[in-house]
Design a protein around this ligand. Structure first.
Ligand code: FAD
Ligand code: DHB
Length: 388
C-alpha cells in the first residue's frame, strides 16, 4: 500500500485533515486503532469557536451543525453563587456554537464514507518508521495480518497517548507540562439544560460546569480529586454535589435523571516542541493538551490541522516546502496563547487546597475585577470565542 499522507488517528484531527487533503486532491489514508463506534462513544468537547465553524463549512460538513447546533452569545461565571454574565456579542460582536465533538466526528466520518476514502479501523500494533529518512512508512496488523503503508508524510493525529510523539527520540523533543491534582467528573443526561448559557462555577467545594448538547440533552461536570474512581459516584451523589456548588436558584431549576454517560477526565497542560520531525508532523492532542476549562482542545486541534493541510497542499500541489517548514513555529504561537487562557480559566475557577486562604482571596479579587472591568471581560471574550 502507498499513499501521500499516512494519518495516524481517526479522531477529529485526523478526520478533518483527511477531509481537507481529499478536497484538494492530496491522497491520504487514516489508520485508527479503535472502531468507529468506540471513537463516537467518547463524550468530550461541546463548544466550537467561529474558526472551527468556518472550517467545518469549508470542509463541506457544516450543514447539520447549522441546523442542530446552538448559537451561544455568552457564558455565565459564578463565584460562590454570585453570577456574572459575559456577553460576547455585546463585548466583541462574536459568538460560539454548542455542537458536540461526537457530532463533528460523525459528520466527518459520514463525508469520508460518501467519498469512499480509505480508513483502516481496529488497526493493531501501529508503528511508524524512518520519518527522518528517505522511506517513511507505517506498519500495523489488521485481523492478524501484517501490513505496510508507504508514504511521503506521516501526520500524528493520534492523541496524547498515541504512538507518533512517543516514537520521536527523547533528545529531539522538549515537553512542557503541568498536571493538576484534580479531574472533571462528567455526566450526560437526557434532560433540558438548566440555563440558556453555560455556567462555569467556582465554589469552595470545587469547580462545577453546567453545559449542554442540545435543548433536550445536558452535560454537567464537577471537580474531583485526580485519582477519583467513577464507581464512587452514584447519580444521586453527583446531583447533590452539583447542586451544592451552583447558586440556589439554578440548583432549584436543575432537572436531573439517570446518567447516560459518566466518566472522569484528568486535567493537564502539555506542549511538545517542535511539532515537525523530518516527514512526521504532530497535530491536535498528540501535540498539546489544555485543561478543558477554556473549551479549547478541539478548537486548537482544528486550527492545527487547518494549518497542516494548507502546508501539505502547498507541498504536494504547488511543490513548495515553505508551509511545511514554518508549520511548527506558526501553530505553536497560537497553541501557547490557548494554553495561557486555559491555564488562567482553570486557575480562576478551581479550588487549589495548596494555595490556602490567600489563593482564594486572589481568585475572588480576579472575579471582582472581571465584574467591574469591560476591558477584562473583553479579554475573556476574545480568548473564549477564539483568537485569530
Ligand atoms: P483524539 O480525540 O484523542 O483522537 C486521537 C485518535 O487517535 C483516537 O481516535 C485514538 O483512538 C487514535 N489513536 C491513539 N493511538 C493510536 C495508535 N497508536 N494508532 C492509531 N490510532 C491511535 N475541547 C474543546 O475544544 N472544547 C471543549 O468544550 C472540550 N471539552 C472537553 C471535555 C472533556 C471531558 C475532555 C476529555 C476533552 C475536552 N476537549 C474540549 C478536548 C477535545 O476533546 C480534544 O482536544 C480532541 O479530542 C482532540 O482531538 P484529536 O483528534 O487531536 O485527538
Ligand atoms: C464542555 C466542555 C468544556 O471543557 C467546556 O469548557 C465547556 C463545555 C462540554 O463538554 O459541554
Amino acid at each position: 500500500m502507498r499513499t501521500q499522507v499516512a494519518i495516524i488517528g481517526g479522531g477529529p484531527s485526523g478526520l478533518m485533515l483527511g477531509r481537507l487533503l481529499e478536497q484538494a486532491g492530496v491522497d491520504a489514508v487514516i489508520i485508527e486503532r479503535k472502531s468507529p463506534d468506540y471513537v463516537l462513544g467518547r463524550i468530550r468537547a461541546g463548544v466550537l469557536e467561529q474558526g472551527t465553524i468556518d472550517l467545518l463549512d469549508a470542509a463541506g460538513v457544516g450543514a447539520r451543525m447549522h441546523e442542530e447546533g446552538l448559537i451561544h452569545t455568552g457564558v455565565d461565571l459564578a463565584f460562590d453563587g454570585e453570577m456574572l454574565n459575559i456577553n460576547f456579542d455585546k463585548l466583541i460582536g462574536k459568538h460560539v456554537m454548542v455542537y458536540g465533538q461526537t457530532e463533528v466526528t460523525r459528520d466527518l466520518m459520514a463525508a469520508r464514507q460518501r467519498t469512499g476514502s480509505k480508513t483502516i479501523y481496529e488497526a493493531d500494533d501501529v508503528a511508524i518508521h524512518d520519518f527522518d529518512g528517505a522511506k517513511p512508512r507505517v506498519t500495523f496488523t489488521k485481523d492478524g495480518v501484517s501490513h505496510t503503508l508507504e508514504c511521503d508524510v506521516i501526520a500524528g493525529c493520534d492523541g496524547y497517548h498515541g504512538v507518533c510523539r512517543a516514537s520521536v527520540p527523547e533528545n529531539a523533543v522538549t515537553t512542557f507540562e503541568r498536571v493538576y491534582p484534580f479531574g472533571w467528573l462528567g455526566v450526560l443526561v437526557e434532560q433540558p439544560p438548566v440555563a440558556e448559557e453555560l455556567i462555569y462555577a467556582h465554589h469552595a467545594r470545587g469547580f462545577a460546569l453546567c453545559s449542554m448538547r442540545s435543548n433536550t440533552r445536558s452535560r454537567y461536570y464537577v471537580q474531583v480529586p485526580g485519582d477519583e474512581d467513577v464507581k464512587n459516584w452514584s447519580d444521586e451523589r453527583f446531583w447533590d454535589e452539583l447542586r451544592a456548588r451552583i447558586n440556589p436558584a439554578t440548583a432549584e431549576a436543575l432537572k436531573t435523571g439517570p446518567s447516560i454517560e459518566k466518566s472522569v477526565a484528568p486535567l493537564r497542560s502539555f506542549v511538545a516542541e517542535p511539532l515537525r520531525f523530518g516527514s512526521l508532523f504532530l497535530a491536535g492532542d498528540a501535540a498539546h493538551i489544555v485543561p478543558p476549562t477554556g473549551a479549547k482542545g478541539l478548537n486548537l486541534a482544528m486550527s492545527d490541522v487547518k494549518a497542516l493541510a494548507e502546508a501539505l497542499i502547498e507541498r504536494f500541489i504547488e511543490g513548495s516546502a515553505a508551509g511545511v517548514d514554518s508549520y511548527s513555529a506558526t501553530v505553536l504561537q497560537r497553541i501557547w496563547k490557548a494554553e495561557r487562557f486555559s491555564w488562567w480559566m482553570t486557575s480562576l475557577l478551581h479550588t487549589f487546597p495548596e494555595t490556602g486562604n490567600f489563593g482564594r482571596r486572589i481568585q475572588r479579587a480576579e472575579f471582582d475585577y472581571l465584574g467591574g472591568s469591560v476591558a477584562a471581560q473583553q479579554s475573556l471574550a476574545e480568548n473564549y470565542v477564539g483568537l485569530p
